[in-house]
Ligand binder design. Structure first.
Ligand code: 0O2
Length: 267
């Protein structure tokens, strides 16, 4: 198969992966900027390597002309969550979108694989606009926790090493490691609220501190030096106290001061 043909075949898949990475990362960012907890911790994406496609074609006796139809994971997105509960939220988020249509789902969390593998899989249809027009392609989205991802990554590399001949002892160890991962995810779920509260606190604090610093920077251009020094001292005092309410109040007061200068037409 000529390399150019492969390039043509795979380029819409690359476009889909690139677009979806932007979209899912934006979703996570939107949550954070709004001071909300994001069920999406991290997103990765890849187009399947030609060698892996060839391997699958051979294994499943698929012709080159049929790969769009029969290989569903040429474009792959992996969404990593912090907690098991987040997976359901991400699934709902995906289902509520109108730029992708669900083709099928596999829940390997409620129905763990024999190997110990756990993850939620969705195959979605996604439209890309190419030079030759619209193309509807399939994308596999895998959604799993950080702990599940850790296990799957290790197990995948061992599968690669041993191919079909993984020793029973290694297989057994992986299964018991998988049990440990279930326990870890459960333990984390028990303290989920506390973890989220503390993460939200840091996000909100970072947002308000960024706002305050921005206003102070603008005031530098217009306010007198003595006033700026006073504002800065006040800010450091409040910052050290780590009182979010006080930081919010201070940010609003600074807005009023900046507004006052604007009203005087000094800015
Ligand atoms: P790779 O190298 O990750 O791309 P399919 O083989 O996709 O046509 P299947 O097997 O019904 O059909 O799909 P399934 O079970 O949903 O698996 C799809 C992908 O999930 C796999 O792709 C893996 O990425 C992952 N996966 C499934 N089972 C396991 C497992 O036991 N361990 C690990 N580590 N990953 C798993 P590929 O193409 O097999 O591999």
């Amino acid at each position: 198969m000529e390399i150019q043909l492969w390039r043509e075949k795979l380029s819409p898949y690359q476009l889909a992966v690139d677009e979806l990475l932007v979209k899912f990362r934006f979703l996570a960012l939107e949550h954070k900027e709004a001071g909300l907890y994001s069920p999406i911790e991290n997103v990765k994406g890849r187009v399947k390597k030609i060698s892996s496609i060839l391997e699958k074609m051979q294994k499943k006796k698929i012709a080159f002309e049929d790969i769009d139809e029969k290989i569903e994971d040429i474009a792959g997105i992996r969404i990593i969550c912090q907690f098991v509960e987040d997976i359901e939220k991400v699934v709902e988020l995906i289902k509520s979108r109108d730029d992708m249509e669900i083709k099928s789902e596999k829940n390997y969390i409620d129905n763990m694989k024999e190997s110990g593998y756990r993850s939620y899989h969705m195959i979605v249809y996604y439209n890309v606009q190419t030079m030759t027009g619209n193309k509807k392609i399939k994308v596999e989205i895998q959604i799993r926790t950080m702990a599940m991802n850790f296990w799957a990554t290790i197990e995948h590399s061992l599968q690669y090493k041993y191919r079909q001949n993984m020793p029973d002892t290694v297989r057994e160890r992986l299964r018991s490691a998988s049990e440990a991962i279930i326990n870890l995810d459960n333990e984390m779920s028990l303290i989920r609220t506390e973890i989220i509260d503390s993460q939200n606190y840091f996000t909100l604090k970072a947002n308000v501190v960024a706002e305050i610093l921005n206003t102070i920077q603008n005031l530098y251009k217009i306010a007198n030096k003595r006033e700026i020094v006073k504002i800065q001292d006040e800010f450091y005092k409040i910052y050290m106290s780590s009182d979010l309410e006080q930081l919010h109040r201070f940010s609003k007061e600074l807005d009023v001061i900046a507004e006052g200068y604007r009203a005087q037409g000094i800015e």
